[in-house]
Design a protein around this ligand. Sequence first.
Ligand SMILES: [Zn+2]
Ligand SMILES: [Zn+2]
Length: 371
Amino acid sequence: MRAVIFEEFGADLEVREVPSPEPSPGGAVIRVEATGLCRSDWHGWQGHDADIRTLPHVPGHELAGVVESVGTGVGSWRAGDRVTVPFVCACGSCAACVSGNQQVCERQTQPGFTHWGSFAEYVAIDNADTNLVALPEEMTFTTAASLGCRFATAFRAVTAVGRIQPDEWVAVHGCGGVGLSAVMIAAAAGARVIAVDVSPQALELARRFGAVACVTAAAPPETAPGFPAPETAFGSVPPGTPGTDGDGADVATRIRDLTSGGAHVSIDALGAPGTCVSSIESLRRRGRHVQIGLLPGLTALPMNRVIGYELELLGSHGMAAHAYPAMLKAVLDGELRPDLLLTRSIGLDEAGPALAAIGSVPGVTMILPTR
Ligand SMILES: [Zn+2]
Ligand SMILES: [Zn+2]
């Protein structure tokens, strides 16, 4: 099969002929029809992800396609089934899985990280009975793949983790792919959403996706050394870009003013120390902070406020396969429109250069390996 492969971290991404995978006894091989290009793939290629232990490696974890073959122990799936998978694939039998929380499985695998991923014509997925999700016939592969890690993660963060209720104030810090997804999902749930970003174009999209108010952050937050500048809907913002904030007040103060005391739920969809702190400080008493953006290492947090206000600090990590049907239904009903986040489709040959230039094109890029 053809696959996008790298020999060393940060080295050339080439399209090469490699052996096609075989299914494990409980696993399946999926013919990849669409696979999303995600910032996590960029981190993996750069060597930031400890799950990648052997080289060469094939990235890719946001996929949809058709089952090509299954292992002898698979009961629920057969060749020809249209499917997608969560980016966290679960073992199905550890304590977390037995409790229904496959998204934090103790023995999880992640295509594109723990093994070769979906920037290829075929990808192998373990424990197919636990991890495969059937696609409704009407749903295209590109829409299904765009649920990827970002949309599904935002869905769980807003609904199950953030427990957002109608009319609650929700602040979303960072309006790249995952942030815009969170805006759309929270607005569809009836929340009053405030979007925060440095980019006026990103905020314009947030408004289109249902934000009732927007706050322009004065400057992009600091990212960790070696990490790229924050992603916005219209590409990376160079560090030091002056903001357009007129009154000089910080983001948290503006949100507390807009909401008469603070948001009920605040989401750091970017993953930077400054955004995380700002999100916590945006909350009213007993509010919930949800961290979706990846934050490397330790972050100093205003714990005095966490205690005094009785705030909840919550992490959110993907979404289990069994939780997909509610999201798929909302997409089919037109309540949620992940397809609006898609801005371009490319072939496998263009995937390497596109990954190297991640953040330079707005929205979500879809790779079509069979094109
Ligand atoms: Zn498990
Ligand atoms: Zn992803």
